[in-house]
Design a protein around this ligand. Structure first.
Ligand code: BDP
Length: 703
């Protein structure tokens, strides 16, 4: 039914509430990316005409702050999609009537399921939104806006969804002084200095962005934690954030430094079996819960890269985790990281987490989750999935991925990470299911890429990785293509011709980076410390496993890490079927070739080319693909506002230069070892090896 649209006041009634917003002129500034995927740009043509049949009026059978938000978000979003420019008004007190509303919310429908589950259906002339809990209604509002924004017919909506895993968390590696470890988007978004009195609007916009993709918690400080963040003054600050985020369904978590009792209160030990230490953590947990009743829990990096932990006292990871779990009790969760490797262990860094944790299976308390990185080394452009997945059937395991691109070109290289995460989630562990199935009772954590940059993530395309993380944690079966197209349409333009060019560019981008940085399963060839740029020649750092040479093992004869039975035998940590897949270089997926095998330079690869030629071929392919991406983007200027188009084009120019640098520096180094000529027709490195070795970037960000 076509109704007369009120152009001055858009009124939504929610039970006994009136929500009003007024139409204002569009803001004068161009697009700067701040609105992320929540722009709700006006629909055009038929899709717009269909949506104009609905009036942004809503009714809800109950009143609570999250339901109000769900309504406000939906009403505002619908108005924007219809072409109005609403600003939010104050909720008023006028009674509303269900019969007059086009959007009817029931956010306490117990038949729908737990937490975020929802059902949205076109009914009569309007749309009904039902959820078991108010946060489900909030997720439903965002889902409906997404669908309508993609052009769905409002009279044929039928959406049901529930989160695949309970914990969908961002992990911020933000320090209290505002520096972000591995952050490439400016300073931290958390203004600890001015909290609790001053709450930046960004904290609300952040919660909103997270909720819109189903993220339901944030660990707000670096895993390399400062003990003082557990002091009372920080608990106050944290409580203010928790209050601001609660309506959006975002719980706060803290990284806890294991030695905090000694550092904050001068206890003689942090031994987890010491009664005084246990009492300290108990009191600390009680203090936090008194201020933040829904505090999520602690994340702990222990006995890893110099962090304190239970092993300092001859205790195990389980002893440490269980002590904290007892202090927290049923109120929250202890998330214990499995990212550990020891300086004393001469075997293979890729094997160490498994060796330390798998014997502890079953020893962790029920409210402990062990958080495992996607691969066994460290967020490399390409790694096989971590062998711990599936190997600890009596322990809840959570998947940790890195949204910030420490090893994938920072914020200047375009690399869409959904395909990488999908590969891990889909991987069949051969031991009770896929990685997605193994982690579904626990969840997924993403190391955040947010910062104070106006566009949040340092580049427009890096927003897509934040978006993709949330969408996959909600539903790991979503295809990368679906996610890419959704994100592009909401962020830039819905035009089919635009999506047909831009989506494939995104989908191949991560593999492109792997080709020009670490082709054929090579890993960890980045420069020391900041990890910016190539330095495969570094062989003299104090700890062997900090050296690129440790990973590539190249010499005059060959290259690669032998992880078969003749080498470290890391393969045996996988289920036999998986180990089998990777054991024969002649038949395996060659993207993992040199991760598992050490081969002669003249080994014949599956293409028929010698290994050396194949390596050079892949470097060149990677560089050519970046050039193609830059051309594709150039051709899309008609679809994207000038400001953002230019910003992406400039990043692509950096990526073109750096991809060539990666290729040339790497080839020059391998040639210095193998003395081989370049395959005919190949362009020689622009400089000699000494030049590449002499480059130094002490100011590179994120260290
Ligand atoms: C490495 C990072 C380092 C982190 C560490 C971790 O270089 O900054 O502290 O991971 O995950 O990749 O703990």
């Amino acid at each position: 039914m076509m109704r007369v649209r009120r152009l001055v006041n858009i009124v939504a009634t929610a039970g006994s509430l009136l929500f009003a917003s007024s139409v204002v002129a569009p803001a004068a500034h161009g697009e700067d990316g701040y609105d992320l995927w929540l722009r709700h740009a006006p629909l055009q043509g038929e899709a717009r005409a269909r949506l104009l049949d609905l009036e942004p009026t809503a009714y809800a059978s109950q009143d609570d702050v999250t339901t109000r938000l769900a309504i406000a978000e939906l009403m505002e979003g619908i108005a924007r999609l219809q072409g109005a420019h609403p600003i939010r008004g104050e909720p008023g007190d006028l009674p509303g009537a269900q019969a007059e509303a086009d959007f009817v919310f029931d956010c306490r429908d117990r038949t729908i399921g737990n937490e975020g589950a929802y059902a949205i259906r076109s009914e009569g002339e309007g749309i009904s939104i039902r959820a078991g809990e108010p946060v489900g209604c909030l997720y439903a509002s965002y889902a409906l806006l997404r669908e309508l924004g993609l052009g769905a017919d409002p009279s044929a909506i039928d959406l049901q969804s529930a989160p695949a895993m309970p914990l969908r968390l961002l992990n911020h590696w933000d320090n209290p002084d505002g520096h972000v470890e591995r952050g490439y988007a400016g300073r931290s978004i958390f203004d600890w200095w001015h909290l609790p009195e001053r709450l930046d609007q960004r904290m609300i916009d952040y919660a909103r962005a997270n909720a819109s993709v189903g993220i339901n918690g944030a660990v707000v400080n670096n895993v390399n934690a400062r003990a003082f963040m557990l002091e009372p003054r920080y608990i106050e600050k944290l409580a203010r954030l928790a209050d601001a985020w609660r309506p959006y369904g975002i719980r706060v978590y803290l990284s806890a430094r294991f030695s905090a009792p000694t550092e904050i209160d001068g206890l003689a030990t942090a031994d987890p079996l010491d009664p005084e230490v246990r009492a300290w953590w108990q009191a600390k947990a009680d203090e936090i819960y008194a201020a933040i009743p829904d505090f999520g829990g602690f994340l702990v990096k222990a006995n890893s890269e110099g962090q304190p932990g239970p092993q300092d006292y001859g205790r195990t990871h389980a002893d440490g985790a269980n002590m904290l779990a007892e202090a927290i009790g049923e109120r929250g969760t202890v998330i214990w990281r499995a990212f550990v490797y020891s300086a004393q262990d001469e075997t293979d860094r890729a094997k160490q987490a498994y060796d330390e944790f798998v014997p502890l299976d079953g020893a962790f308390a029920d409210n402990v989750i062990v958080q495992v990185k996607n691969g066994p080394v460290d967020f490399q452009p390409r790694e096989p999935f971590h062998p711990m997945f599936g190997a600890m059937p009596n322990t809840r395991l959570m998947l940790e991925v890195q949204i910030t691109k420490e090893y994938l070109g920072f914020a200047s290289h375009l690399a869409f990470l959904a395909p990488m995460w999908r590969e891990v989630l889909e991987a069949d562990t051969g031991r009770g299911g896929s990685v997605a199935e193994i982690v579904s009772p626990a969840g997924m954590a993403g190391v955040a890429n947010t910062g104070s940059d106006r566009n949040w993530s340092g580049s427009d395309f890096d927003q897509a990785n934040w978006y993709a993380f949330g969408r996959l944690a909600w539903d790991p079966s979503l295809s990368s293509e679906t996610i890419a197209r959704e994100w592009l349409a909401q962020t830039f333009d819905r035009e089919g011709a635009f999506l047909a060019e831009a989506a494939p560019m995104m989908l191949g981008s991560k593999e492109t980076v792997a080709r020009y940085m670490t082709p054929l399963g090579l890993a960890h060839l980045m420069a020391t410390g900041h990890h910016y740029g190539p330095a495969p020649w570094v062989c003299d750092l104090a700890r062997s496993e900090w050296n690129p040479c440790y990973y590539h093992r190249a010499d005059s004869e060959g290259i690669g890490f032998d992880r078969t039975a003749t080498g470290s035998n890391a393969l045996e940590q996988y289920a036999p079927a998986m180990a089998q897949d990777w054991s024969d270089p002649a038949t395996m997926d060659e993207r993992y070739l040199l991760w598992f095998h050490h081969l002669d330079w003249n080994y014949r690869t599956q293409s028929g080319r010698a290994l050396w030629d194949e390596l050079v071929h892949r470097y060149n392919q990677g560089v050519a693909e970046v050039d193609a991406m830059a051309r594709t983007w150039e051709g899309l200027s008609g679809y994207v506002d000038e400001e953002r188009h230019r910003a992406v084009a400039e990043s692509l120019r950096i990526q073109q230069r750096e991809a060539a640098w990666w290729r040339d520096a790497s080839i020059a180094y391998w040639q210095s070892l193998n003395g081989l000529r370049l395959p005919s027709g190949t362009r020689a490195p622009s400089h000699d090896l000494d030049y590449y070795r002499s480059l130094s970037f002490p100011e590179a960000p994120g260290q």
